[in-house]
Design a protein around this ligand. Sequence first.
Ligand SMILES: Cc1ncc(COP(=O)(O)O)c(C=O)c1O
Ligand SMILES: NCC(=O)CCC(=O)O
Length: 441
Amino acid sequence: MPAPTPALSRPDYRLPKSSEAFARAAKVIPGGVNSPARAFGAVGGEPPFMARAEGAYLHDIDGHKYIDYIGSWGPMIVGHAHPRVRAAVSDALVLGSSFGAPTVREAEIAEVVAAAVPSIAMARFVSSGTEATMSAIRVARGVTGRDKIVKMAGCYHGHADCLLIQAGSAATTLGTPNSPGVTAGAAADTLLCPFNDAEAVRRILEANPGRVAAVLLEPIAGNMGLVPPRPGYLETLRELTAKHETLLIFDEVMTGFRVAYGGAQERYGVTPDVTALGKIIGGGLPAAAYGASSEIMHRVSPTGPIYQAGTLSGNPLAMAAGLATLELLREPGLYDRLEALSARLAEGLEKAARDAGVPHVVQRVGSMLTLFFHDGPVHDYEDAKRSDTALFARFFWEMLARGVYLPCSQFEAAFVSAAHTEADVDHTVAAARESLAAVVG
Ligand SMILES: Cc1ncc(COP(=O)(O)O)c(C=O)c1O
Ligand SMILES: NCC(=O)CCC(=O)O
């Protein structure tokens, strides 16, 4: 069983070894990190370097233990180093780590995904969420013969050129929502709408008849902080896209197997044409997928002309980790437990923020949530950007010092895992009370 949770208030919180490692890394890796989201750009300071993780906990190289609410940015829904996932990966490893040839397990996991996700009859596995959404867009363009796509401001879909336009996540806080290197040509085919504004999508589709291949969105936005769809929003997008013969693409890289086993499409009962999956589907190893009806997916190479490929796609270790994780998620009661734990956390944080008298709103769907330092509900990117990010940064560091590892930006969602306990959640809320008192006082 996990060791007891760490003590509150640590005045001696320092990261000398991490700082040394960061300086070393920064000489040979841009910013010392292999993904900007890890760089603490939004909160200042230097990140702890991690040594190991188990269950709901991370351990840094300076000897600190944290209750982890990042879960590797989403994948670790059953907790870190779960014994069943570890066993599956080590069993696979002794048989060889990559063949560049088909394996039975790829069909097995594709069957599991097709059974789970309403919009998917066939899926193609890739290695990252970026590839999944990029390929989904290519399929939509290939199938419809149209060029333009509609994207929602503040949604993040990875770093494909045409999707790095008003992207959320670290692209917001690192000041590059529209990255240099994205050509005007790539940007010109991306039409932007605010999230949660179906009328804006209607106007764009009407103004561009026969030209829009796809409307793409995170059905629950997680990359501007957690922003749920307004009632009826997804349903209206479904109607509009059907009417204009435009494909509806749900990027469920974050929400897939997270907000329900069948993702947001199961939770809200709205079925898109194409779905991108990632994160949980690889159980902490690099795997992602995109899927749709057989008719659409038969248009993908080699049965169809739309090309998409990958040396490590369907990698045996990633497939083993993904399958073991999805199997654990089918255990009865798992999502109910996640829901209850997450509700307890959201209520605790809400009450702590209210008692501290700071402007706040806690938004949650299932085990994804964000405490926004914003007065009133956040419906879109513009609302999210009005949050008090300076207050967030101070709160973040106070929490870290108290052993709670939150996403290092206001524009991210926190994730609760099945390995978290009520004691972890209560500890987190107690830490939030102390932290808020420290930042307000
Ligand atoms: C909704 C969403 N789509 C796509 C991606 C890109 O996935 P990856 O980082 O695996 O390329 C992410 C996260 O990174 C995401 O949150
Ligand atoms: N919500 C943002 C991500 O999940 C990105 C993680 C990363 O690029 O490290």
